[in-house]
Design a protein around this ligand. Structure first.
Ligand SMILES: [Zn+2]
Ligand SMILES: [Zn+2]
Length: 591
């Protein structure tokens, strides 16, 4: 990981935020566009890959929106001229004698540099150049992508060429924000430089960085449950009996290994794009305690021993034929602690899951014992695993619409992960079809910003988003979020992802204070779009009142009706992980 920044003055006006219209003039700066006209053009290689051509189109599109000037896109087959933006590796760049270390840049790193009147944006393939363009637009030129529908492009009568000399390689190689608000639009995800498995990223985006097959919990697919009738010995021995259903497998059984290995090889043939194969436990406990499994797990001090030995054997088997494919497994619940001596092979990814933790306070500093255990485990894995990814959790999964006071800890947690050498981060959110869970659009935005740059100015991003999204109601919504965070910040209440609507932090102070703030926000809202967003932001407070039975009789019936009207208008489909809004409405006595 390396992030090097040298930045001549542009950071100053960026820090001033969205209100500033034009950067301060520098005597030596070249003018990129003025009065809707430009002398510049964008140059790509005649042999540019699709993501480099798309990078040129995106850059031209946003520069035109900023300045009114349309930059032509040409190839390096044309003779060079002094005023050019050079995108990607091309003949004009090479004739400048620019030394670019492409091996170091990898698939996503990039260099942005000014050379005379030229601007160079060049990255590793397939995504580096496109990411360089997005980073320039966002970090230097003030463009913002808040939601797929709401962006901000500062207008400039005169735009000077920024003086740049930077090399950037993302701290996280795998970045995935699993919120509907990010999943539903691949162009939007790409602009945030997310490269995860579940985005519909195509060639023009440079594809995905992590292409999993399958994504997780693959034991049923590896060794089918139907085999139990004939081979109960493939299945876990629990309390002296082989059990079936949604369970793990006896990983010490050589036939289980043989069947699973064959299945992995079949997947690799059927999914030639996959660069990560999941060999991971089912989403259950029920692991094998036969003599063989138990002896190894006891000796190694953790049931992760049997799993890792099994995973390593498959990883060793495929490595000669598939040197660029890695096997991913979970360190999750009963396997979260690493074994004493068994080490993951170089082509194994360990994905550590934080599901039990308190998320109100930073994982690293919260006093809850579950957080201390997680800290111990991540530190232990870091020292033995070649590649650690984290699977992290960001809403309340039992109550998607319930206030979840984790904003305080988001940045500290991502920083903690990267400081511990984590290379990939999957931020699980509300991924229901309709989205619009509690603060979904804001959460998706902030998490994307953090995954790209763990040290980014998250406060500024929060303020910018709230102003863009909630308009004149932004201050009230900001005050509401602060009120929510205050319930856990100083009071010693922890917050977990399955907390009930009666959790201690969902108290009168929050509910009464939130009602006042949202009443005010609705009066402040300047138009129907903002009013509608404020109502959706208020759903969590109504949800707590309904689900915790804080209201009764006619008041309850009216509030339920109002809740359902606002939620359905927003398109909310799910009220919890695996539970529909419509089913919930029925259990609540609504329609
Ligand atoms: Zn066993
Ligand atoms: Zn805590």
């Amino acid at each position: 990981m390396s992030v090097k920044r040298r930045n001549c003055g542009w950071g100053v006006w960026l820090a001033l935020g969205l209100t500033l219209s034009v950067g301060s003039a520098r005597a030596t700066a070249a003018t990129l566009a003025e009065g809707g006209r430009t002398d510049y053009r964008i140059v790509i290689a005649a042999q540019a890959i699709p993501s480099e051509r798309y990078a040129a189109e995106e850059l031209a599109r946003y520069l035109e929106r900023m300045t009114g000037a349309k930059l032509p896109i040409v190839t390096d087959a044309e003779p060079a001229q002094p005023k050019e933006i050079l995108l990607g590796d091309n003949a004009h760049l090479r004739s400048l004698g620019a030394a670019i270390d492409f091996a170091k840049l990898g698939a996503e790193g990039y260099v942005t540099r000014t050379a005379g009147d030229r601007l160079v944006i060049v990255g590793g393939r397939p995504r580096g150049t496109l990411y360089g363009v997005y980073a320039l637009l966002e970090e230097k030129l003030g463009v913002r992508w808040f939601t797929p529908e709401i962006d901000f492009v500062p207008e400039r009568k005169r735009l000077e060429l920024p003086r740049l000399d930077e090399t950037h390689i993302p701290a996280l190689a795998y970045r995935e924000v699993y919120w509907t608000e990010m999943l539903r639009d691949a162009d939007f995800a790409a602009r945030h430089r997310l490269n995860g498995n579940n985005y519909a990223l195509t060639e023009k985006h440079g594809g995905r960085g992590a292409v999993y097959f399958p994504f997780v919990h693959s034991l049923d697919a590896l060794v089918p449950p139907e085999l139990f009738q004939e081979h109960p010995e493939y299945f876990p021995l629990i309390d002296g009996k082989r059990v079936n259903g949604y369970v793990q497998r006896c990983l010490a059984n050589p036939d289980v290994l043989r069947i699973a290995t064959a299945r992995v090889r079949q997947w690799l043939k059927e999914h030639p794009d996959a660069n990560i194969i999941s060999v991971s436990q089912n989403d259950a406990f029920k692991y094998c305690q036969c003599d063989l499994c138990k002896a190894l797990d006891d000796a190694e001090g953790s049931p992760s021993a049997s799993l890792l030995k099994f995973v390593n054997a498959i990883a060793a088997n495929i490595e000669p034929d598939y040197p660029n494919v890695r096997i991913d497994t979970l360190a999750y619940q009963y396997t979260r602690k690493p074994p004493k001596t068994i080490r993951p092979r170089a082509n194994v990814i360990v994905r550590l899951c934080s599901i039990e933790c308190c998320f109100a306070h930073p994982l690293e500093t919260c006093s809850a014992p579950e957080n201390k255990r997680f800290r111990d485990d991540i530190i232990a894995w870091e020292s033995v695993a070649p590649v650690v990814y984290v699977w992290d959790y960001t809403p309340n999964f039992a109550h998607y619409e319930q206030p979840f006071p984790n904003f305080d800890a988001l940045q500290a947690n991502v920083q903690f992960f990267t400081r511990r050498g984590v290379k990939g981060l999957f931020e699980q959110g509300n991924s229901s079809r309709g989205g619009f869970g509690e603060m979904g659009p804001l959460r998706a935005y902030l998490l994307a910003e953090l995954e790209w740059d763990p040290n980014t100015d998250l406060k500024r991003h929060t303020q910018e988003f709230l102003h863009a999204y909630f308009g004149a109601a932004a201050e009230d919504v900001a005050a509401y979020l602060d009120l929510l965070e205050r319930q856990t910040r100083d009071k010693g209440f922890h917050a977990h992802i399955y907390d009930p609507p009666t959790a201690a932090y969902l108290n009168d102070e929050l509910i009464d204070g939130a009602d006042k703030l949202f009443d005010h926000a609705l009066r402040a809202a300047e138009n129907d779009a903002v009013r509608s967003r404020v109502e959706v932001a208020r759903l969590p407070i109504w949800y707590v009142k309904l689900a915790a039975k804080r209201v009764s009789g006619d008041e309850r019936a009216a509030l339920l009706k109002q809740f359902l009207t606002v939620a359905r208008r927003a398109g909310v489909t799910d009220i919890r992980e695996g539970g529909s809004l419509d089913d919930w409405a029925k259990t609540m006595g609504g329609e």
